[in-house]
Write a protein that binds this ligand. Structure first.
Ligand code: NAG
Ligand code: NAG
Ligand code: NAG
Length: 272
């Protein structure tokens, strides 16, 4: 279901490789294959991924230091947090990512995958996600370069139009109207799968605030993933979004939560 190699990129990568002079470089022209790592042939262990989208209207509440958050003016929708292989052992720091790797996607990534932290540029965010998760996913064809990984994630973002699904069901951001996890789940699950996790944080007024959604996918990116053992528990445990401090939890049954509007001027207090 994925993308073809783009010839201009190949030329660009070759140029970059020419700059690597320590005699220890690998040829990433067509992406790295597992078999190129001696003794590590069977490292592509993951079967399932979590595709995680965040709601900027609730993101600030998920931070330990809430004054660190920002919402760029161009951002007014669900944005990508990352795509994370579960239980992957094929991960390494050995595949650096450069700005030029994703130059052609920059406008789209800036809109759909912005950093919401003042202390981190969007590129730093992308590079971190690549290093922690993308490089682990790269043993599968559709992910086996930074460009492909980010292209695939953008496609998924377009495929999962959460905003429209909710809007069609009358679930819209609001300062006053709380929602129940059951009603949101029943709207989204037919499109995003039963393993969908709707995540909340508790804000400083002890209100539950919706800030994130995790979607379980198979390696071939079909919705849902057959997972040995306890699928739900594994999905939750495997997520570990270390890139943002994120004390989120699954929104609790029976406890209403807020789907707050996005307010770029006052990201932390959108309703004041
Ligand atoms: C939170 O971030 C602000 C802005 O960077 C900083 O001035 C402040 O010291 C931080 N507070 C804590 C508790 O870390
Ligand atoms: C969010 O994006 C969807 C398409 O992905 C679009 O239909 C919708 O209007 C956007 N919402 C806002 C508030 O811009
Ligand atoms: C995708 O993978 C799942 C799980 O391995 C499998 O059941 C399904 O048939 C595959 N779908 C396609 C279109 O290949």
């Amino acid at each position: 279901m994925c993308c073809s190699v783009l010839p201009p990129l190949v030329a660009l990568l070759l140029l970059q490789l020419a700059e690597v002079t320590d005699g220890h470089w690998e040829d990433y022209k067509y992406g790295r294959q597992d078999s190129e790592q001696p003794g590590k042939e069977h490292q592509c262990t993951w079967k399932c991924v979590l595709f995680t989208l965040q709601w900027p209207g609730g993101f600030c509440q998920s931070l330990n230091n809430q004054s660190l958050c920002k919402i760029p003016r161009s951002v007014n929708n669900w944005t990508i947090h990352g795509l994370w292989p579960l239980k992957s052992r094929g991960c390494c720091d050995c595949w650096p990512m450069f700005h030029s790797d994703v130059q052609e996607l920059e406008a789209e990534l800036t809109e759909h995958w912005p950093s919401l932290l003042k202390t981190k540029s969007s590129f730093q965010f992308w590079r971190e996600e690549w290093r922690k998760h993308g490089a682990c996913a790269a043993c599968v064809e559709g992910f086996n370069s930074p460009l492909r990984y980010f292209q695939t994630c953008l496609k998924l973002r377009h495929q999962f139009d959460i905003h429209r699904l909710l809007d069609d069901a009358g679930i819209t951001p609001s300062c006053d109207r709380p929602y129940k996890v059951e009603e949101v789940h029943s709207v989204l699950a037919p499109h995003l799968g039963d393993q969908l996790e709707i995540q909340c944080v508790t804000d400083d007024k002890d209100q539950e605030v919706w800030f994130q959604v995790k979607i379980g996918l198979s390696r071939n990116l079909t919705i849902g993933c057959e997972h040995h053992g306890n699928a739900k528990g594994d999905f939750a445990a495997g997520s570990n979004p270390v890139s943002y401090p994120s004390p989120g939890h699954p929104c609790r049954s029976g406890i209403p939560f807020y789907y707050l509007p996005i307010n770029q001027q006052q990201p932390l207090r959108p309703c004041d």
